[in-house]
Ligand binder design. Structure first.
Ligand code: PGA
Length: 251
């Protein structure tokens, strides 16, 4: 049985002391929760201090992006080695906000996934359709094409983990999650695609499918009851300890 995972994506929020304070509160309020994995993805500059705050708890540290090279003349970029040294176990890759504002493509995400796996980081791979794509009935094609490009030549082996986050772009930050039945159908499509790529035991044991997009304590249980949903990527509601912990506890 894989453990459910709840990931806080703080995005470009909280600085210095604010990040430490929130991490401390979440740590305090989640004491004793051992049947769920909880990950905090802070900004790069707060990784070390948030990591230090989380020490001694079961909470894990994640980054919101990574570059695919190990080291070299790549001004401003952060490599998997730097993230490992900062104490990260997880990295979000291909978030729709990076695609929209920073020109991230599936080909770039593909390189990031390979770099993560090579260095023992678990990639949290975001896929999802925009509102226009959904209106045109293109959701399944978009998800299929994203997955096939992002996972091109990625061979998942025994001790490597991957998380696929289905995040319909149009509901992110909207306050209104997608209909769980729609998410369920996309989860089935994702699973089938993965089973076509990798051995079924690997898909069962090493891959978790999660949902993201306006998750809160009121809607989380509607998704948690879906067979294939193993957790959540939480943006806005992860910026307040009480709201985030309420989500974790209502699972
Ligand atoms: P949201 O963000 O929970 O604020 O919708 C989710 C995400 O972008 O990962």
């Amino acid at each position: 049985m894989v453990k459910p995972i709840i990931i806080a994506n703080w995005k470009m929020n909280l600085a210095g002391k604010e990040a430490i304070r929130l991490a401390g509160k979440i740590k305090e309020k989640t004491k004793g929760i051992i049947n769920k994995e909880i990950v905090i993805c802070s900004s790069f500059t707060d990784l070390a201090s948030v990591g230090a705050t989380l020490r001694g708890s079961g909470l894990r540290l994640g980054a919101q992006d990574v570059f695919w090279e190990d080291a070299g003349a790549y001004t401003g970029a952060i490599s998997p080695l730097i993230l490992k040294a900062a104490g990260c176990d997880y990295v979000i890759v291909g978030h729709s906000e990076r695609r929209q504002y920073l020109g991230e493509t599936d080909e770039m995400v593909n390189k990031k996934v390979s770099a993560c796996l090579q260095h023992g980081l678990t990639p949290i791979i975001c896929v999802g359709e925009t509102f226009e794509e959904r209106q045109q009935g293109e959701t399944n094609n978009i998800i299929l094409s994203q997955l096939n490009r992002i996972l091109d030549k990625v061979d998942l082996i025994e001790d490597e983990q991957v998380i696929i986050a289905y995040e319909p772009v149009w509901v992110i930050g909207s306050g209104q999650a997608v209909d769980p039945a729609e998410a369920d159908s996309v989860f089935h499509l994702i699973r089938q695609t993965l089973v076509d790529l990798w051995p079924i035991v690997i898909v069962n044991q090493n891959v978790r499918l999660i949902y993201g997009g306006s998750v809160d304590a009121d809607n989380v249980s509607n998704f948690a009851r879906l067979d294939l949903c193993h957790g959540f990527l939480v943006g806005g509601a992860s910026l307040e300890a009480d709201r985030f912990v309420e989500i974790i506890k209502s699972l």
